[in-house]
Design a protein. Structure first.
Length: 484
């Protein structure tokens, strides 16, 4: 949500990052409920600790260096306000889902008061088809959640995000829901549980589940070579290690290339260890397209071909991608990549169905995810949340902490102008980003809650049937990067 902001409250960022990755809240007075929530989040919102007024500082390169928490992220990693779905699942069966959305909240805490904004706890909304419960019924701390709800509104008042929709689910029950602010600031459209958000890379776990459906049916195996299904990957070349930082390497740069020592497998695709990469991205086609490293630079031509409509199908995209050199030998390194997009093409080849049809029939319909789709029809355009960039204010009062950011709308001035509205011959992106500024599913809090509840419950759906077998979901819970 903060991808374009240059000055941000660091502790606020840490809290948001912790929220989006935490799979469980724990009660500070109950050691048995130790969860995987980050210590930064505990420090920020747990009751009994004096809330600290966050200071503001200019971000440095160290903030995004390896080994440090990513206080800012590329758009595809953490996307723009009003444009992403975040969900986290723990193997203990507790799920935290957050859909970041698109209005301003109450004033920030008074300087030096050590207090959060005071507001009477509201009657929490419910999610259709999911049972609700009080937080303490499932071992969660209601005070922590209420403190978090108030701080969401404080962050909104700083101009960091236009609104928010999130829930916390334990087992099969919803223990917390918050719908805040506007999905479309200019039109005053409120955020609802049915508001559609651009999933971006949260499309990836859905595609991974679809792959595992095929694995269960014994139609594919995780260690199958990708070239078995997409022959163009049979002779893909690899950039030599000593040339990894060289710009301008193409398939014709023979002095800088070497043959693949190992074929790319489905496992490599799903774990981003295939040697594939991503090209540069941007908020809208009107912005310049700039690569930040050699890997991105080698993908500029591919990105431009998608943006211009020269590439219109997933089949053509994968064939073009296979013609670009891999950045390293498969299975030897990790790099965020188009791997899951290629897995989406494997689904198409094996099933004989377009990716959107397979996901709809094999994942969305069984789960009751009735609003999740790659394309929003014109009749539902007003359900799509607007997308914004948070730009820093020219003057920031560090002492009184007024508004830190102003919101800039991107992806069209009207819902109907969005790149996700209407089928615009867009490549179906199972990995969530295609070209420089599009791709991936749109979904809502209601649908996302159903999806992550299924994962947290070992593949079991609300109906009692299994979308995936428990053993398959346990495989998904494991740390795959330790396997190669």
């Amino acid at each position: 949500h903060l991808c374009s902001s240059r000055v941000v409250p660091v502790r606020v960022v840490r809290a948001l990052l912790a929220l989006s990755t935490a799979a469980r809240l724990h009660r500070p007075d109950d050691p048995a409920h130790n969860g995987c929530i980050a210590s930064a989040y505990r420090d920020f919102v747990m009751p009994g600790t004096a809330p600290l007024t966050p200071r503001v500082r200019r971000l440095s390169k160290a903030d995004s260096a390896p080994g440090s928490p990513p206080t800012t992220a590329r758009r595809r990693r953490s996307s723009c306000g009003g444009a992403s779905v975040a969900a986290a699942v723990s193997t203990s069966g507790t799920v935290a889902t957050a859909v970041t959305a698109t209005a301003t909240g109450p004033r920030s805490p008074s300087k030096g008061s050590g207090e959060t904004p005071t507001e009477k706890p509201p009657q929490l909304p419910k999610l259709s088809g999911l049972e609700s419960c009080a937080p303490d019924e499932v071992g969660l701390d209601a005070k922590s959640l209420e403190d978090h709800r108030l701080r969401n509104r404080w962050q909104s008042s700083l101009g960091i995000l236009p609104g928010l929709a999130e829930c916390v689910i334990a087992g099969d029950r919803v223990a917390y829901v918050d719908l805040m602010g506007s999905a479309d600031v200019e039109r005053g459209t409120p955020v609802r549980s049915s508001t559609l958000f651009r999933c971006f890379s949260m499309t990836k776990p859905i595609t991974a589940v679809a792959v595992m459906r095929l694995v269960e049916d014994k139609k594919v195996a995780l260690d199958d070579p990708v070239s078995k299904y997409i022959p163009s990957f049979q002779i893909t070349k690899v950039v030599k290690p000593e040339s990894a930082e060289e710009w301008g390497i193409t398939a014709q740069s023979h002095d800088h290339l070497e043959p693949m020592q190992t074929q790319i497998t489905l496992r490599h695709l799903l774990t981003h260890t295939s040697g594939l990469a991503y090209g540069p991205d941007r908020a809208s086609p009107s912005e310049p397209l700039k690569a930040s490293n050699a890997a991105e630079g080698s993908y500029i031509g591919l990105v431009e071909a998608v943006d211009s409509g020269k590439i219109q199908t997933l089949e053509d995209f994968c064939d073009a991608l296979a013609g670009l050199p891999l950045r390293f030998q498969p299975g030897t390194q990790w790099m965020y990549s188009h791997g899951v997009d290629v897995a989406g093409r494997v689904i198409e080849v094996v099933s004989g169905r377009p990716l959107d049809a397979f996901l709809r029939e094999e994942v969305f319909q069984p789960l009751g995810m009735t609003r999740t789709t790659f394309f929003v029809g014109r009749d539902r355009a007003r359900d799509l949340a607007a997308m914004y960039l948070a730009e820093k204010e020219d003057v920031v009062d560090e002492e009184n902490l007024g508004a830190l950011c102003r919101l800039k709308r991107v992806d069209g001035t009207l819902p109907e102008e969005s790149r996700w509205c209407g089928r615009n011959k867009r490549v179906l992106a199972g990995g969530g980003i295609m070209g420089s500024c599009g791709g991936g599913l749109v979904s809502c809090l209601h649908d996302t809650a159903r999806f992550v509840t299924m994962l947290a419950n070992g593949g079991k759906m609300q109906s009692g049937r299994h979308l995936l077998q428990h053993s398959t979901v346990r495989t998904l819970w494991r740390g795959w990067l330790g396997w190669w």
